[in-house]
Design a protein around this ligand. Sequence first.
Ligand code: GRF
Length: 212
Amino acid sequence: MKKLVVLISGNGSNLQSILDACASGRINGSVAAVFSNKASAYGLTRAREAQVPACYLDASAFADRAAFDCQLMQEIDAFSPDLVVLAGYMRILSPQFVAHYQDRLLNIHPSLLPKYPGLHTHRQALENGDTQHGTSVHFVTDELDGGPVILQAKVPIFAGDTEEEITARVQHQEHAIYPLVIGWFLEGRLVMRDNRAWLDGAPLPAQGYASD
Ligand code: GRF
């Protein structure tokens, strides 16, 4: 069975959707381990409840980012994952880490990339008066939130919406699309080649599958 390792920093609702999809067979694979850079991350509790090893690494115990990531890579590799999944992992990755997991490292970012890379995406969409927002699953490259997009889900923004309402609407979509994409990858349907995402042998457009 194919194996994933999931990296988190917080609540882990996306992790939960992945665990649930593995349990129900919607993902043909299993979560071998969960790593967090925050001891208090609720996602670690979710992992333990699913009988998945829950590992915490304290960045303050390391000299620099490269040393932390080096240890993280060693611990991840002990589980021999086919795919490494970032799910709300709020730490910048070293170039060594990105290179090590090249072509098998996914992230979910809460905006319609290339719009709003970085933080506070929901607030920006609201403040800019956007009527449409969403989330993107993409391969990770050295460019922050800049790797090839695989799949996006769009949500409307209604007059009077709060940031919390938009966040919930986006997360609802995230919980549907992230397990779907992970399933594609583990089935061998999705690959990254020549800095592009390919699904079923065809390159995906810049905005990912089924973009209009
Ligand atoms: C998600 O909205 C994801 O897009 C972003 O961080 C959030 C993590 O939420 N990268 P959770 O920890 O999965 O609940």
